[in-house]
Design a protein around this ligand. Structure first.
Ligand code: XUL
Ligand code: MN
Length: 345
């Protein structure tokens, strides 16, 4: 497969059983091993991992036990020809983090979150990746008056500082999301992520991961969010996918809802040579209706759409576009893009 220099990744949670808040799983679970076995065939060379994707029983293991278990995983990744892109502490499922992790009102919960994030860093070191992703899932409120939003920012900075101090080489990418599971999240956009980064002890080691659906849920255009992060040299990963309006987080295949919006994300990544900067993660989920034996097609579709849009971006006549912009003939430019998208179809 010609990938034009791009490297693609996804996480084991992107092959899933179809459970939603209103109904149970509808597909048989795949073993972790069987997931690893489909990566290369689908065109993916890297895996994204939560800490407990890497070491499922991390709560029961000593620090040494975690290192041993991670080493075993690294051999399995080597065998499949895969590298780890990042490790993300899963700070939203444990009972300790019901009311938040780093911003919980309970000091014991905050200590749990910090300890767990340090374990994720230990795992990342064994997997030979320096990237830690923080999706601050429960850092926000259901009820405004229940927390102090200003204090929450200080708590987030203190937590990130503690992680940066724990390991002098890791980089932390914040993945913003405006809502879900919380009603209102404290770090909803790339701008918030970067502002937070600037307050830490080592801003050069704190960047962002942009997820298309999260930007759309915030009412923003994902390609502008990507460009904003790129302009600060802070786009360290992406979760490309798609989203039909301001609904629940859908994680649709990349480009499935709005092909032009997808094209613009690719166009902006292309213009900054992102292939040399980071990997292209696909945070996509199969529709619940999809039968089990064909439940990885969303991963195939996302990569194919991305690559077709790279071809379109590279085929456009930049001199012609510059001339149309100079003439302010944006209708003709509109047609050039629409025509290109329809030809790709
Ligand atoms: C949540 C989300 C997660 C993170 C991984 O909406 O996008 O998949 O990306 O923890
Ligand atoms: Mn994501």
């Amino acid at each position: 497969m010609e990938t034009y220099g791009y490297r693609f990744s996804f996480g084991p949670w992107n092959i899933h059983e179809g459970a939603d808040p209103f109904g149970p799983a509808v597909r048989k679970p795949w073993s972790f091993t069987s997931k690893l076995q489909v990566y290369r065939a689908l065109g993916y060379t890297a895996i994204q991992l939560h800490d407990d994707d890497a070491v499922p029983d991390l709560h029961d293991l000593s620090p040494d036990g975690i290192v041993q278990a991670t080493r075993g995983l690294r051999h399995r990744l080597d065998d499949e020809g895969l590298v780890a892109e990042f490790v993300a502490p899963r700070l939203w499922e444990h009972t300790s983090t019901i009311d938040g992790a780093f911003t919980s009102n309970d000091p014991l919960a905050r200590a749990y979150a910090l300890d767990r994030a340090k374990k994720a860093i230990d795992i990342s070191q064994e997997l030979q990746t320096d990237l830690i992703v923080l999706w601050l899932a429960r850092e926000g409120t259901y009820l405004r008056e229940a927390k102090d939003a200003r204090r929450a920012m200080d708590q987030l900075v203190a937590a990130i500082d503690a992680l940066l101090a724990y390991n002098p080489t890791i980089r932390i990418a914040i993945e913003p999301k405006p809502n879900e599971p919380m009603d209102i999240a404290y770090v909803p956009t790339i701008g918030h992520g970067l502002a937070l980064a600037s307050r830490t002890r080592d801003p050069a080691r704190v960047g962002v991961l942009l997820e298309s659906a999260h930007a759309i849920l915030a009412g923003l255009d994902p390609s502008d969010e990507i460009a904003f992060a790129l302009s600060f040299n802070k786009l360290w990963s992406v979760h490309l996918n798609d989203q039909n309006g301001l609904k629940y987080d859908q994680d649709r295949s990349f480009g499935a809802v709005d092909l032009r919006r997808a094209f613009n994300q690719v166009r902006v990544l292309e213009a900054s040579n992102y292939a040399q900067i980071g990997m292209v993660g696909m945070d996509v989920k199969a529709l619940r209706s999809q039968p089990e034996e064909v439940s990885t097609k969303h991963l195939r579709n996302s990569i194919q759409t991305f690559l077709r849009l790279v071809e379109l971006a590279r085929s456009l006549d930049q001199a012609q576009i510059a001339a149309l912009i100079a003439q302010r003939d944006y209708e003709e430019l509109d047609w050039l893009i629409l025509d290109g998208l329809m030809r790709q179809a």
